[in-house]
Design a protein around this ligand. Structure first.
Ligand SMILES: O=C(O)CCC(=O)C(=O)O
Ligand SMILES: [Fe+2]
Length: 330
């Protein structure tokens, strides 16, 4: 008998108070709730996460100001110019999460840890200048630090929930690949079909995603019977979802759940995602508590960075030499 997915036909996404995980007074009970949510839904909200609202507000201001920059300034920071670092601006239709079905209306700014040397997922950040957006770089860095600290707490809870030592994943996350992503979803009017929505249906490729969404709404999560369940904005809470790496490492016990965004609210929607993976060279393999002789590993070990880069090639038209079918309508 294999450990088949336990994802259920959920009708709402659990909300978990993580105060005692953050302050260290009772990580265990929070970890159990997180484990259940990862098995049954693959998504959950966290409240009392300790990230100051004032900082989150500043990040939204930075994101909104960025997307208001003249189009030529944004294009000068285009992701294609960062080579394998994969940072910077992505215009509408520049990255399509479900390219066979959907073109994505979202525009994006991707940011990460600064390194002088360029290698896949690492390198300098193509920031706007201080004259264009004063304080932008500092705000991005500050939020990245806060997200990294929160991610490490959540990752330790994942480990505990899998009956592993709390620091189990640390050796694979010394210098993890991270992407901090500002997203802008223009309001969609008229007839809405799957051909063109905010972001097409997808699972996240990495380990863990921490998402902040504004009050506009539009995120939808698919349950085990294929229904799209609304994930409304909850004031002060982050949405957490697990990515395909965790699904692989738990042998399918934790669900990386399909989601998409459709913004028909009439207003622009902004969200900020933080994606953390493993180190570029870390081996992705099933953890010892999710494999035994009755439940053999469903996936052979692979390297995190190579796998993830391959997934990006599939969704970025600029990385594909042959596929010219996804050029934006002018
Ligand atoms: O903006 C959102 O609510 C979701 C974004 C998302 O799914 C992604 O960037 O992977
Ligand atoms: Fe996603």
């Amino acid at each position: 008998m294999s450990i088949a997915s336990k994802q259920i036909a959920f009708s709402e996404i659990p909300v978990i108070d993580i105060e005692t995980l953050v302050d260290g007074s009772d990580a265990e009970s929070v970890a159990r709730k997180i484990g259940k949510a990862c098995e049954e839904v693959g998504f959950f909200y966290v409240k009392n996460h300790g990230v100051p609202q004032e900082m989150i507000d500043r990040v939204y201001k930075a994101a909104e100001d960025f997307f208001k920059l003249p189009q030529e300034v944004k294009e000068s920071l285009h992701v294609a110019k960062s080579g394998p670092t994969l940072r910077g601006y992505i215009p509408p239709y520049g990255e399509n999460a479900d390219p066979k079905k959907t073109r994505d209306l979202k525009e994006v700014f991707d940011y990460g840890v600064h390194t002088d040397e360029v290698s896949p997922f690492f390198g300098p950040n193509p920031n706007p200048t201080e004259e264009e957006l004063p304080g932008f770089k500092e705000t991005c860095e500050e939020y990245h630090d806060a997200m990294m600290a929160l991610a490490r707490k959540l990752v330790s809870a994942f480990a505990i929930s899998l009956d592993l030592p709390a620091n189990y994943f640390e050796k694979k996350q010394q210098h993890p690949i991270t992407i901090q992503r500002f997203l802008h979803y223009p309001a969609q009017t008229g007839e809405v079909t799957e051909k063109e929505i905010g972001i097409g249906a997808h699972t996240d490729y990495g380990f863990l995603t921490i998402l902040s969404q504004d009050a506009v709404g539009g995120l939808q999560v698919q349950n085990s019977v294929g229904e799209w369940i609304t994930a409304p904005s909850i004031e002060g809470a982050f949405v957490i979802n697990i990515g395909d790496l965790v699904k692989t490492m738990t042998n399918g016990r934790y669900s990386s759940t399909v989601h998409r965004v459709v913004n028909t609210s009439g207003a622009s929607r902004f969200s900020v995602g933080f994606f953390i993976d493993l180190d570029y060279d870390a081996v992705v393999e099933v953890v010892p508590t999710c494999v035994d002789k009755d439940n053999p590993a469903e996936t052979a070990p692979f390297t995190c960075g190579e796998y993830k880069y391959g997934r990006f090639v599939k969704v970025y038209p600029h990385l594909q030499e042959t596929d010219k079918t996804l050029t934006p309508a002018s």
